[in-house]
Design a protein around this ligand. Structure first.
Ligand SMILES: Cc1cc2nc3c(=O)[nH]c(=O)nc-3n(C[C@H](O)[C@H](O)[C@H](O)COP(=O)(O)OP(=O)(O)OC[C@H]3O[C@@H](n4cnc5c(N)ncnc54)[C@H](O)[C@@H]3O)c2cc1C
Length: 398
């Protein structure tokens, strides 16, 4: 196993680093640092710049618009994006439905959906989970009944991330209620402007509108929008979930997170008036995090080395997901600790005119909403308990 980058890889790293420094829009800089809520335009601005460069979909085959990078180059790319704290490219079109379409779609479906997914002209959302069908996804009940050249879809999806902005959604629907759960499911692409679709916000603990409920009432979907065979949608669903989990460890972004906490702890005084970084207990927590992150990084590099040697990602992606998300959550816990009472989410000062204004250092303002927001990471992409079940079965043979 070789974990060293070659001279070519280092040249590639320098090239992408220079590109990001030049091309990342000035008005977006700092937004991630501050943990600001991102608008649709923010996401699309960076997406379009990368699409124009041909770098928006590193994992796609060249014939569909991918850049033809090696696994190592893709790793370097994600490291550099994190290093520059860029806005993430949303996974729904690029990492999820895009690969399903180029793997299982007809030539017409590829021609229709892949180019606008790359360019950012289609914003996708994921309609998998339902109330009562999350971990046990195959028990989903949203029903699609065939009526000539159409399906008539009725049901409810939930936790639909950024569905309020979506042009299209990819949905798992039940087309054969009599079959075994996995065998009666189909994979449909649905135009979110179709009559009968209602998107309702779910406001999260951090006060953000990131997830939604999607209700479907007699929604007419052309049969030509079905990917792969009727009742064989589970094949596409599983394929997509494997793609969803790659990159979820977020090592590079966590490195940035630890740097931020160190900066906070240098600025913030503890009870003894000394910078918090001098508090041995706080310093120990940071060091423990750094050690765990280093171990995770090497696990990720080992996975990368085996991928470069032609082996696909196996059950170790579950391990990366568990450790990666636990570290992400611990970072937000330490940030909250460093911010102390300034991290209280609704803590405001009142000026002479009676208007509220935020108090405390700038960095403390988003600490609590980010802490709350990051509770999601151990739930989505297959909860960490489910990942432990996978490890028990596939790695430990239990
Ligand atoms: C912020 C956020 C965004 C999301 N975005 C989307 C999206 O865009 N599209 C979409 O389709 N879905 C989305 N999801 C849904 C996500 O995939 C589900 O929440 C997840 O699969 C868990 O399902 P559930 O919420 O129904 O919990 P449940 O499945 O009801 O689980 C409840 C608890 O029981 C545990 N549990 C369940 N089964 C087992 C078992 N067999 N063994 C051990 N423990 C078990 C779980 O780990 C969990 O702790 C999102 C979720 C969140 C939180």
């Amino acid at each position: 196993m070789n974990l060293e980058f070659s001279a070519d890889d280092i040249a590639f790293r320098d090239e992408v680093r220079a590109f990001i420094a030049e091309a990342y829009p000035a008005h977006l800089r700092g937004k991630m640092e501050e943990g600001e809520e991102l608008s649709k335009e923010d996401y699309l601005a960076w997406h379009r710049i990368l699409a124009a460069k041909g770098w928006v979909a590193p994992g796609w085959p060249v014939e569909y618009g991918g850049p033809g990078w090696t696994a190592t180059q893709r790793y370097i790319w994600s490291e550099e994006l994190a290093r520059a704290d860029t806005i993430p490219i949303l996974p729904f079109g690029i990492n999820m439905v895009g690969p399903v379409i180029y793997t299982f779609g007809t030539p017409e479906q590829k021609a229709r959906f892949l180019p606008p997914s790359l360019s950012g002209d289609i914003w996708w959302c994921q309609g998998y989970s339902e109330p009562g069908a999350g971990s046990d996804l195959a028990s989903l009940r949203t029903r699609a009944e065939r009526d000539g050249d159409f399906y008539i879809v009725n049901g409810q999806k939930t936790w639909t991330t950024l569905g309020q902005h979506a042009d299209w959604g990819f949905f798992l629907v039940r087309t054969d209620p009599a079959a075994k759960p996995q065998e009666g499911i189909s994979f449909l692409l649905i135009d979110m402007k179709t009559p009968g679709i209602t998107v309702r916000p779910i406001i999260t603990l951090g006060g953000e509108h990131e997830v939604n409920e999607v209700w479907l009432e007699n929604v007419k979907v052309p049969v030509e929008n079905r990917i792969f065979h009727e009742n064989k949608g589970w094949t596409c669903a599983k394929f997509l979930l494997a793609h969803e989990r790659t990159g979820i460890a977020g090592v590079a972004r966590s490195k940035r997170g630890i740097e931020r906490i160190k900066a906070m702890a240098r600025a913030e005084a503890g009870d003894d008036g000394q910078p918090l970084i001098r508090d041995p207990d706080f310093a120990r927590k940071i060091v423990e995090l750094e050690i765990d992150l280093k171990a995770l990084e090497f696990t990720e590099l080992r996975t990368l080395a085996s991928e470069s040697a032609g082996k696909g990602p196996g059950p170790e992606s579950s391990l990366l997901k568990i450790k990666g998300t636990e570290i992400q959550q611990r970072i937000t816990e330490l940030a909250l600790e460093a911010a102390g009472h300034y991290g209280a989410p609704y803590f405001r000062g009142i000026n002479q005119d009676g208007n509220a204004f935020p108090i405390g250092p700038d960095y403390s303002r988003r600490v609590a909403p980010t802490y709350f927001n990051m509770r999601k990471t151990s739930i989505y992409g297959g909860s960490n308990e489910i990942q432990r079940n996978i490890i028990a079965k596939m790695v430990l043979g239990l």
